[in-house]
Ligand binder design. Structure first.
Ligand code: PMP
Length: 369
């Protein structure tokens, strides 16, 4: 290790996910079911609004908290969803990731414990460690449900935060209302910060999205436009929560991200008026297709949201299975980069119907062999 490198950045590594990128780079025209972003393009109206912003000179820094028009629009949506939550402020972050970084930096002291379900989004344990905190993954196999009893058992006097993600990456599983309410109440009773990563809230296939913020008015909600509007490269997210916490996040944003790119924020303002139902219906069909095709071959917890399926590998571990898939030109992601276990793999169905069909054929063949 180079002598200049901080201890903080040695507390975690990114070799697992890098290996997947390396494998992807080596394949020529793979059947790619590994991608964590929609396969549709940014809506035309959103592109137009960003181009218009650039051409009309809206190219400077925005206020740290984001442009007023976007904050107002999102603020209205939040007030409508949570009319009784008085102590609530909202700001625009540099993507959901920017919001997550500021959430951790503003609240996690060395030694603080952060509870989240395992499997988890890859950033969670690393961000916690970056702040000197202790990740406390709570096993959610085999159904990947948010389990309030297991979360309650994991709480210690050092628990500072519970981080929820429904619909979830990498499983696509969504939490039911009762579980969210139980965890929200638990956090409230124990004075634990409750953070809800809702980046997949638009991709909800059966029933309506439920947020734990409904049951706990101190919940910190992180959401963004990356997935809903295929704007992963634009870096627009938003965070809302208790005013005193948000003001600390803004102080940190001022000296780090500065602001979300201004033209992208004008695009996001337009995005709030775009009807996503066609895309959601399309993704529901893709979900139905892949689950029906694989049902007789793999153990699958049915995903009700996001655009992922997380099947159990048939015999070998998840990583070994992925190596086998790659020899068949199929790119999927080993479950062990999202988990302490190496038994599953992640499929993203954010792909064309043709790609999905080809992928399913390979997966069926691999299950039989
Ligand atoms: N949270 C989850 C659960 C995600 O899957 C992702 C993207 N893969 C993010 C946050 C980050 O999204 P972004 O920073 O692009 O908004």
């Amino acid at each position: 290790m180079h002598p200049w490198i901080s201890e903080r950045s040695q507390a975690f590594d990114s070799s697992g996910i890098r290996r997947v990128f390396d494998l992807a780079a080596n394949l020529k025209d793979p059947i790619n079911l590994s991608i964590g972003q929609p396969d549709f393009d940014v809506p035309e109206a959103v592109k137009g609004a960003a181009i218009q912003a650039i051409e009309s000179g809206k190219n400077a820094y925005s206020p740290t908290q984001g442009i007023a028009a976007l904050r107002e629009r999102l603020g209205e949506q939040v007030s409508e969803a949570y009319p009784t939550h008085q102590d609530r402020e909202l700001f625009i972050s540099s993507g959901t990731s920017g919001g997550l970084v500021l959430t951790m930096l503003s609240m996690i002291n060395p030694g603080d414990e952060v509870i989240f379900m395992d499997p988890y989004f890859v950033m969670y344990p690393s961000l916690v460690r970056m702040c000197g905190g202790v990740p406390v993954p709570v096993d959610s196999y085999p159904d990947f449900a948010i389990n309030p009893d297991r979360i309650a058992e994991a709480v210690t006097p050092k628990t500072k935060m519970i981080l929820l993600n429904s619909p979830a990456n990498p499983t696509g599983v969504t939490a039911d209302r009762e579980s969210l309410e139980a965890v929200a109440k638990l956090a409230q009773e124990k004075g634990i910060a409750l953070v809800s990563d809702e980046i997949y809230s638009s991709f909800f296939y059966d029933g309506d999205f439920v947020s734990p913020a409904e049951f706990n008015d101190q919940t910190i909600v992180i959401d963004g436009f990356s997935k809903s509007h295929a704007m992963t490269g634009w870096r627009v997210g938003y965070v809302h929560g208790p005013k005193d916490v948000i003001s600390v996040m803004l102080k940190l944003q001022q000296y780090s991200f500065v602001c979300s790119p201004q033209p992208a924020q004008w695009g996001a303002l337009e995005a709030t008026s775009v009807d996503l139902s066609n895309h959601v219906n399309d993704y529901r069909k893709k979900r139905d297709f892949i689950c029906a095709e694989l049902a007789d071959h793999y153990e699958i917890a049915k995903p009700n949201g996001a655009f992922y399926v997380f099947p159990k590998a048939p015999c070998d571990g998840g990583a070994a299975f992925v190596e086998r898939a790659i020899t068949e030109n199929l790119l999927i992601v080993p479950g062990n980069i999202f988990s302490h276990r190496d038994s599953h793999f992640r499929i993203s169905f954010a792909a064309s119907d043709e790609t999905l069909r080809r992928g399913v054929e390979v997966l069926k063949r691999l299950a039989r062999s």
